[in-house]
Design a protein. Sequence first.
Length: 129
Amino acid sequence: MKSVAHEDQQREQWRAGVETRMHVSASNGATQLCIFEQWVETTVGAPTHWHPVEEVLTVIAGKAEMWIDDERSVLTSGQSLVVPANRKHGFRNVGSKQLHIHAVLASPIFEATFDGPAGVVKRWLPAIS
């Protein structure tokens, strides 16, 4: 049995104003899920992108504008957005305080595709033995 101490996991800056802490992924032995949380400063977030798997985004604290394709909604603490696989989506902090998000992907590897030069991004790949 393997347990994970989240307080021991480092936060990493993904982009200006966004810090991420991975909890569970292929890099620490998961085979089905990728679970992480993010702390997002005001006016920033995740640009429009898509994943090959379903994702659930939950607002822990703060206020987020989230979108799937052209449909937009504002979510607050205790609300979640279920994003179907291969649907363009994103979010941004529209509140006056830091946004705290919890995310779950139905894959042990974080894989996202962005329009433009970033293309496909993969994180938290299996550890090489």
